[in-house]
Design a binder for this molecule. Structure first.
Ligand SMILES: Cc1cc2nc3c(=O)[nH]c(=O)nc-3n(C[C@H](O)[C@H](O)[C@H](O)COP(=O)(O)O)c2cc1C
Length: 205
């Protein structure tokens, strides 16, 4: 039976979206796995997005389907991507997760694999706190949390500034958003997708 892997993200300036595509590419490498990509609903008006300089970036992934909470029940693994907001997940992702109370009440996500990746502006801007605080929600849902093990040797790369930790893939956008995910970061994201998909496949039996 095919294992279903869903990647559910929010992105304002495109960095998390780029990681999401890399996570999806990694998951697609695993045989017997079907991968789908979703974005959570936007909460910010077009006018505010334009003033924030986000319109062009958001147009690049406007084709990605918008997630509905109920669809999470169809997944065997869900990999969430969120930019950091003050060391935590963004409001758009929080709002989406806060609509999963019914799923929680039915225990609908119990036993599914959960994993998280992120993006910050700065090197010490809260990547790890964003991912580990996100894990609380996954654990309340009874999900099995998976990160990126050190068999991904790129976590040890000290030759350049890079995102990526045992908690999950990440990138650094820079204060003005001009830095794009590096090859090291994209490879860690592919690893995370592949790793989660392999586990989901095994659990599916
Ligand atoms: C309200 C707000 C809060 C933010 N808080 C942080 C933060 O705590 N640390 C940090 O490094 N970057 C912070 N950022 C920068 C975002 O994390 C950055 O824009 C994002 O990672 C880019 O990802 P995206 O292109 O997918 O939107 C913040 C941005 C906004 C708008």
């Amino acid at each position: 039976m095919t294992a279903q892997v869903q990647i559910v993200f929010y992105s304002m300036y495109g960095h998390v979206y780029k990681l999401a595509e890399a996570v999806a590419a990694g998951a697609r490498e695993v045989e017997g796995v079907e991968v789908s990509l979703y974005q959570v609903p936007e909460l910010v008006s077009e006018e505010v997005l334009a003033r924030s300089g986000a319109t062009a970036a958001r147009a690049t992934f406007a084709h990605v389907a918008v997630a509905q909470p109920e669809q999470l029940t169809e997944a065997d693994a869900i990999i969430f991507g969120t930019p950091t907001r003050f060391g935590n997940m963004c409001a758009q992702m929080r709002n989406f997760l806060d609509q999963t109370g019914q799923l929680w009440a039915r225990g609908a996500l119990i036993g599914k694999v959960g994993s998280v990746f992120t993006s910050t502006a700065t090197q010490h801007g809260g990547q790890e706190t964003t991912i580990t605080s996100f894990h609380s929600t996954l654990l309340h849902h009874g999900m099995m949390v998976v990160g990126v093990p050190y068999s991904e040797q790129r976590l040890l790369n000290m030759n350049e500034i890079t995102g990526g930790s045992p908690y999950g893939a990440s990138t650094l956008a820079g204060g003005d958003g001009s830095r794009q995910p590096s090859e090291n970061e994209l490879e860690i994201a592919r690893f995370q997708g592949r790793h989660v998909a392999q586990i989901a496949r095994k659990l599916k039996g």
